[in-house]
Design a protein around this ligand. Structure first.
Ligand code: SF4
Length: 345
């Protein structure tokens, strides 16, 4: 729920203005999921809020937890019946939320379960920001932590195809009146919608940009990610150079290693060369992750194959990190979100 709605509610009901602060504290600090739990407010006000104001802009249909990783996945039903998924995970010491920006996705990447669903619609800024508010409520309720530290736009959908609502959502999330998550802790991951990079540097200069690269050969990348036919590697390089010049920010290149498919010596060479041709190549950082097969014939890539690829890439003077894939047992890892039907818990 956006702060504006609270202000409008208070004004529309001719309530004293101090109620705005009280209601905001109940929602964004105490993380109440139900107005009945906002016991600092008078009972009559709680009853009125219950009637007029929904805390979240969706219903939570299901929550699953991983048995092996600190990962939770929720299935959300939006007001028009569209379904999305959102993930809470703790890759290190702090909690991150992976948000969806679209219901489904029009880009149809070959390895991605969301892409196979097709595209339903763009999410509103409120529907995006509320995913984080929902997990904040969950953390407090389950006594798992006090705050969400990072937000990544790596859930369902291509954020840069829902540009204006994503920018609005980032501004809502970083608003100290909402959850106050600094833009430096928010990452936008794109499959390569290069014509939006310049605007992003201008609109959200503090947020992080991550490009899902996965291959530095145009033909092979095009087979994996059809968006490469519109924005090929040369277009991505131009747009990234411009982005880095405008923002001065580091850019992350996400690379899901698919054993035997994109980790052969020729792939390392092409990737190393592509990166080294950048004017500001020291601002590029490759994040490697073992591929999580969601669709197609790909098989899980072992950690050894990823380590080997990382070492070979470092030979090209490239900054590389190996990221742990979390939540594969509940289909919550990258590329696995697909809103499959499940029994309610
Ligand atoms: Fe869309 Fe991202 Fe999946 Fe590609 S990987 S189909 S951009 S959700």
């Amino acid at each position: 729920m956006q702060v504006e709605k609270i202000k409008n509610f208070v004004k529309a009901n001719n309530l004293p203005l101090f109620r705005i602060g009280q209601i905001k504290r109940a929602v964004y600090e105490s993380g109440v999921a139900d107005w009945d739990k906002a016991t600092a407010l008078p009972a009559a006000l709680r009853a009125q809020l219950k009637k007029d104001l929904k805390i979240l802009s969706f219903d939570v249909a299901d929550i699953r937890s991983s048995r092996r990783d600190p990962v939770y996945k929720a299935l959300l039903r939006l007001e028009d019946g569209a379904k999305i998924e959102t993930v809470l995970l703790r890759p290190g010491k702090t909690w991150s939320v992976c948000v969806s920006s679209q219901a489904g996705c029009p880009l149809g990447c070959a390895f991605c379960a969301t892409g196979k669903m097709g595209f339903k619609r763009n999410l509103t800024a409120e529907e995006i920001a509320d995913q984080v508010l929902f997990w904040y409520q969950f953390l407090l309720k389950e006594k798992l932590g006090e705050r969400v530290s990072n937000v990544v736009f790596m859930g369902m959908g291509e954020p840069l195809l829902n540009y204006s609502e994503v920018v609005k959502a980032v501004n809502i999330l970083s608003n100290p009146d909402f959850l106050g998550i600094g833009q430096r802790h928010i990452s936008i991951s794109t499959a390569g919608v290069a014509d939006k990079f310049a605007k992003l540097a201008q609109d959200l200069p503090q947020a992080n940009l991550a490009l899902s690269l996965h291959n530095a050969d145009d033909e092979e990348r095009g087979r994996l990610m059809p968006v490469n036919k519109k924005f090929n590697l040369a277009a991505l390089k131009d747009a990234l150079e411009d982005y880095m010049k405008r923002s001065g920010r580091e850019v992350f290149l996400e690379y899901a290693v698919i054993d035997g498919v994109n980790n052969l010596p020729g792939h390392v060479r092409k990737l190393g060369k592509w990166i080294n041709e950048f004017r500001d190549h020291y601002l590029l950082h490759v994040n490697l992750i073992a591929c999580n097969p969601a669709v197609g014939k790909a098989v899980a890539t072992g950690p050894e194959a990823v380590k080997k690829f990382a070492a070979a890439l470092r030979g090209f003077n490239v900054q590389v990190s190996v990221r742990k894939s979390l939540g594969g047992d509940i289909a919550a890892a990258c590329g696995q979100l697909a809103c499959e039907n499940r029994r309610k818990k």
